[in-house]
Design a protein around this ligand. Structure first.
Ligand code: ADE
Length: 416
């Protein structure tokens, strides 16, 4: 069963998937291993992920290992319809198309859960939260889940703290080979790619305000600087703010940055980071966009309230005219600009994130019944094996410790 926009796009989708496969050598190696060993035989995987060419490579690896897969999109605007069509014709139960409204989005999640999945792959926690809220009768069939993103891990940890989480979940996001690469280099590059594809503005010389200096914000700030922008960082965490200062960025409160910024990019995971008081003082022509998981970081409600008219001036750009004539431009309706106006993170970095995903699916199955409901870190062996495999596929060798060095590191006797 499937519901996609247009099966006629499948040939194009297949070519995109092939392109991603050629850039995801670690996951392709795992696919070959899974194909031989069939570790997922008899397992139904339910996935709520951005439906991209990279996600397709993950889904195909799970299928090669024997899994039946049902897939919906983790964002109403991020689905690549050609990829969805190719997967549907390849036997995946896909319920995804670009431009879903809220009802369609949650109906698609329901469609995935109607397959009684044993393993859940989530990006933002909507699938797992919906399972707990509306499909409690099938929780018993669920071995566990993986969570792909920072926001999803926060939500699941909150469920755990309140005693509401009923399945084990691996925080794939928190693997070093995920967040030190995907969140930094992936978000950094793809966010600027989204801004550039949507606007085609020159970044050199622009004042780019990056809200949040976590992994994602750091990646965005570095890449914006690399394009010649003058980067201003806003933060609420003193340690992260200090890191930004010592990385050479200007740091100030959003209300001050609002007066001078040309482009505002949010990556905080929090709501109302750009709101009425900021919009009221922005320069004519300011561009606003978001790289965080949900569309809450730029207050679209405030933007609507403050403006007298709104029109779409280009794909992915809405112009809001304020009462005094100033214009403010919102990209991608305030949703993830990198997945809506561009294609998400490049394949090379998703290779590591999704290899963690695939190996954690196998880990959950191997440990079936042994993990109590909680949020777990990715086991260190998995994290390290992803790094080792990535290095190997890049043709890069590293040193190994000698016996003497191992003994030294585990001793205390040798001092000054
Ligand atoms: N999240 C960010 N980039 C992505 C991509 N290319 N595929 C799936 N999920 C993503």
């Amino acid at each position: 069963m499937f519901k996609v926009k247009d099966l006629g796009l499948a040939d194009h989708g297949r070519l995109q998937i092939e392109w991603a496969e050629s850039r995801m050598p670690v996951l392709m190696r795992l696919r070959r291993i899974f194909s031989d060993e069939k570790p997922f035989k008899g397992i139904v995987v339910g996935a709520c992920l951005h439906v991209t060419k990279e996600t397709a490579v993950l889904i195909k690896a799970l299928k090669a290992g024997g899994a039946e897969v049902a897939l919906c999109s983790s964002n109403p605007l991020s689905c690549q319809d050609d990829v969805a069509a190719a997967l549907a014709l390849d036997g995946v139960h896909v319920y995804a198309w670009r431009g879903q409204d809220r009802d369609e989005y949650y109906r698609s999640i329901g469609d995935v859960l109607s397959h009684n999945p044993n393993i859940l792959l989530d990006d933002g926690a909507d699938l797992i939260v919906t399972l707990h809220r509306k499909y409690r009768e099938i929780i018993g069939d669920c071995i566990g889940g993986n969570e792909e993103t920072t926001t999803g891990v926060y939500r699941l940890k909150s469920m755990e703290r309140r005693g509401e989480l009923m399945i084990p979940v691996v925080a794939v996001n928190n693997a070093e080979t995920k967040w030190d690469f995907d969140n930094v280099y992936g978000t950094g590059q793809s966010t600027l790619d989204g801004v550039m594809r949507a606007t085609n503005i020159l970044l050199a010389g622009k004042k780019v305000v990056v809200a949040g200096y976590g992994h994602c914000g750091r990646g965005i700030a570095w890449r914006a600087r690399g394009m010649g922008a003058h980067v201003i960082v806003t933060e609420v965490d003193p340690i992260k703010a200090l890191k930004a200062v010592m990385d050479g960025f200007q740091v100030m409160p959003m209300i001050e940055a609002a007066h001078i910024g040309d482009v505002f990019i949010t990556a905080t995971g929090n709501r109302d980071v750009v709101r009425a008081e900021h919009i009221e003082v922005m320069k004519d022509g300011a561009i606003l966009c978001n790289a965080g998981h949900f569309d809450v970081e730029v207050s679209v409600r405030d933007l609507e309230r403050l403006s007298i008219s709104k029109r779409r001036v280009r794909s992915y750009i809405d112009e809001y005219k304020l009462r005094d004539g100033r214009r403010v431009y919102l990209l991608a309706e305030g949703r993830l600009v990198n997945l809506v106006a561009a294609e998400g993170h490049p394949s090379e970095v998703m290779d590591m994130s999704f290899s963690n995903q695939a190996l954690c699916v196998r880990y959950l199955i191997e440990n079936r019944g042994r993990l109590k409901p909680a949020v777990y870190d990715v086991p260190l062996e998995i994290d390290r094996s992803v790094a080792s495999l990535k290095l190997e596929t890049l043709g890069i060798r590293i040193d190994t410790l000698s016996e003497e060095q191992i003994a030294y590191l585990s001793s205390f006797e040798y001092g000054t």
